[in-house]
Ligand binder design. Structure first.
Ligand code: AMP
Length: 369
């Protein structure tokens, strides 16, 4: 394990695995281009090591140049792509082969395709040493791939975490095993949101409340908000597909989190399975599901009180509240068994003083080890 800034990384790809993949790419590309003089264009900064080893493996006439775009900040792509060093000159009628270190969402690639489509090059191909096919949502089909890798954060061999790690000869993967990911379970009004507020401070976790994200979107009139509103107003659940995609987005936005509190998610068996699969694809897992238990009658009164202050339409009408309980009993309650089977279900008495309940939750979390 190595430490870069605040994060731990573990060895993932050895130097010879990387060099073998590069040799293979070089011979594939040679098969296609040895009869002309292609221009290899490395994408700075990350590709410098790849370009160097690639050219040593490509023993035919060729030229080399570089472009520089900037999009990464921290562990996540910011979405803004700037051109810092432009396309090479004199590429009229030439075959251009881009050498990228890694392709994930495809945002940088889109910008590259755009940049080169404005030139008079003969053709344009893309060779990427690493390719995160799960994360890629671009339209351009990548022409040459060294190694397909899962959607986890990597450093080394030219790739950095906030500028550190580029000089490592091997590739390392972010170590997620000391993360704490919690599901807060319980009926509407059980106090999930209130308790999540305390727990996120105490354990330095990112709190994701699907209800809050929906309300934020409704307030801002987004497409997602418009879609969710009719369901929420009646106290029905928003369809799984919409909710699952939204949840994934929220997790993706926070790759630096030390862990998550999922509040109000999952609420159906399909959501629970989607969460497990999604986390597994990122080398993460749910560590514990903690249910806050309270009687319906107490909860109805709590929600009606809350509705007077917040103005939430689904909290102001006993019929809608009862409908949310029905949804819970039918679709969400069965998840207790799902998590019990995994040995992850914990029950906590949700009646009492707020601090007292936080204390009960803390005991469960501290015992996770
Ligand atoms: P909450 O703030 O958690 O009580 O959620 C308010 C409403 O948002 C729910 O009644 C649903 O309409 C919607 N919602 C929140 N989370 C989910 C979810 N995981 N699945 C489907 N709908 C949800």
């Amino acid at each position: 394990m190595i430490k870069l800034h605040d994060k731990m990384f573990r060895p993932y790809l050895r130097e010879n695995q990387i060099l073998e993949a590069i040799d293979k790419m070089a011979s594939q590309i040679a098969d296609d281009y040895k009869d002309e003089i292609p221009v290899f264009v490395g994408v700075l900064n990350g590709a410098f090591m790849f370009v160097s080893d690639f050219l040593k493996a490509y023993q035919h006439p060729c030229e080399v140049s570089f472009v520089k775009l900037s999009s990464y900040q921290g562990l996540t792509s910011t979405g803004i792509v700037e051109t810092l060093l432009d396309v090479p000159e004199n590429i009229q009628g030439r075959s251009i082969i881009i050498l990228e270190d890694v392709i994930d969402t495809g945002r940088t690639l889109k910008q590259l395709v755009h940049l080169f489509s404005q030139t008079n090059a003969k053709e344009f191909k893309v060779a990427s040493l690493f390719y995160k096919s799960d994360a890629y949502n671009g339209e351009y089909a990548i022409d040459y791939v060294g190694l397909e890798i899962p959607d986890t954060f990597i450093v080394g061999y030219g790739l950095d975490y906030n500028e550190l790690g580029r000089n490592l000869r091997e590739v390392y993967q972010l170590n997620q095993s000391n993360m704490i990911n919690l599901v807060l379970f319980g009926k509407p009004g059980a106090g999930k949101g209130t308790q999540a507020g305390f727990l996120k401070e105490k354990y330095n976790l990112k709190h994701i409340s699907t209800g809050d994200v929906f309300r934020y979107n409704i307030k801002n009139g987004t497409e997602l908000g418009k879609l969710a509103q009719s369901y929420m107003d009646k106290g029905d659940l928003v369809p799984d597909e919409v909710t699952i995609n939204m949840l994934k987005d929220e997790v993706e936005k926070n790759p630096e989190a030390a862990g998550f509190i999922f509040d109000g998610f999952p609420r159906t068996a399909a959501q629970a399975e989607a969460l497990d699969n999604f986390l597994a694809s990122k080398d993460m897992e749910v560590n514990a599901t903690i249910a806050l238990e309270a009687d319906d009658d107490i909860l109805v009164n709590r929600l009606l009180e809350r509705g007077k202050e917040s103005g939430r339409p689904d909290d102001q009408d006993e019929g809608k509240i009862r409908n949310r309980f029905d949804e819970y009993n039918q679709k969400t309650a069965p998840l207790k068994e799902y998590y019990q089977k995994q040995g992850k279900f914990h029950s906590v008495n949700g009646i009492g003083e707020i601090e007292e309940i936080t204390g009960r939750l803390g005991k469960v979390i501290d015992a996770l080890g």
